[in-house]
Write a protein that binds this ligand. Structure first.
Ligand SMILES: NC(=O)c1ccc[n+]([C@@H]2O[C@H](COP(=O)([O-])OP(=O)(O)OC[C@H]3O[C@@H](n4cnc5c(N)ncnc54)[C@H](OP(=O)(O)O)[C@@H]3O)[C@@H](O)[C@H]2O)c1
Length: 227
């Protein structure tokens, strides 16, 4: 399962996992985006690819997404918590709604999905991979909500890892720097940025790590950042 698999990093992860042979389920907030992505990923792989409209800010919609995937794919082994939003304003300028949208998506959404995942993979075994950000360790001006959500996500990821690693549950979190997606207005296209597929390859690398070994935190940077 990849949350927010309709475009950007989540889409690249969904494609890479499907091409590697996994059945894949994605979600997003609109029917059109989900349908288009499912069709395009299906065309690139031989795996079963399904999708459902689900807003990770709603624990009810998250439960419905997991039940849908139980029915469609049979067993959930890997959950990639990727869905995220970035609203970049100072605390003074940020509205309460913008604060809540950021925290609800980037942090509470991951909690809801992880809780559903844990009900299924505890003891049987499985993997939760959270897409955090270098903004989860480096605060910056205009990052009040985004920094708070990603700093929080790192703590949540480590606590879940410590609580459940003896129950055959692996938890990793990835902290990318700038990735070439539509995520923020300045994000499009610059050649120096990390490609979404590079993050997808890191997800695959984590999944291929021997059972006895856990890479819990991965920091990823552009090797030659723009000046
Ligand atoms: N791009 C970067 O430079 C960068 C760097 C570090 C970390 N990240 C993190 O990487 C993740 C993906 O970012 P991206 O750059 O790929 O962004 P993106 O291109 O804007 O894609 C975001 C994805 O999340 C989905 N989404 C957003 N809110 C959602 C919600 N409430 N419920 C379900 N799905 C939702 C979107 O789907 P719909 O719009 O179809 O609903 C879309 O599929 C985020 O967590 C972000 O914080 C990005």
């Amino acid at each position: 399962m990849v949350t927010g698999g309709t475009r950007g990093i989540g889409r690249a992860i969904a494609e890479t996992l499907a091409i590697a042979g996994a059945g894949v389920a994605i979600c997003g907030r609109t029917q059109d985006n989900v349908e288009n992505a499912v069709r395009q990923i299906t065309n690139k792989s031989k795996s079963k690819v399904v999708g459902k409209v689900a807003d990770v800010r709603s624990s009810t919609e998250v439960s419905g997404f997991f039940e849908y995937v139980d029915r469609e794919l049979g067993q959930i082994d890997i959950v990639v918590n990727n869905a995220g939003v970035g609203i970049f304003k100072s605390a003074a300028e940020l509205s309460v709604e913008e604060w809540q949208k950021t925290l609800d998506t980037n942090l509470s959404g991951v909690f809801y999905c992880s809780k559903e995942a844990l009900q299924r993979i505890r003891n049987r075994g499985g993997y939760i991979i959270n897409i955090s950000s270098l903004a989860g360790k480096n605060a910056f001006a205009g990052g009040a909500a985004y920094n708070a959500s990603k700093f929080g996500l790192n703590g949540l990821s480590e606590a879940i890892m410590l609580d459940h690693r003896n129950e055959n549950v692996k938890v990793s979190y990835i902290l990318p720097g700038s990735v070439a997606t539509d995520f923020s207005s300045s994000s499009g296209g610059e050649k120096w940025k990390i490609a979404p597929g590079d993050i997808a390859d890191i997800v695959l690398m984590l999944l291929k790590t021997p059972t006895r070994t856990l890479i819990s935190r991965v920091e990823v940077r552009p090797s030659k950042p723009g000046k």
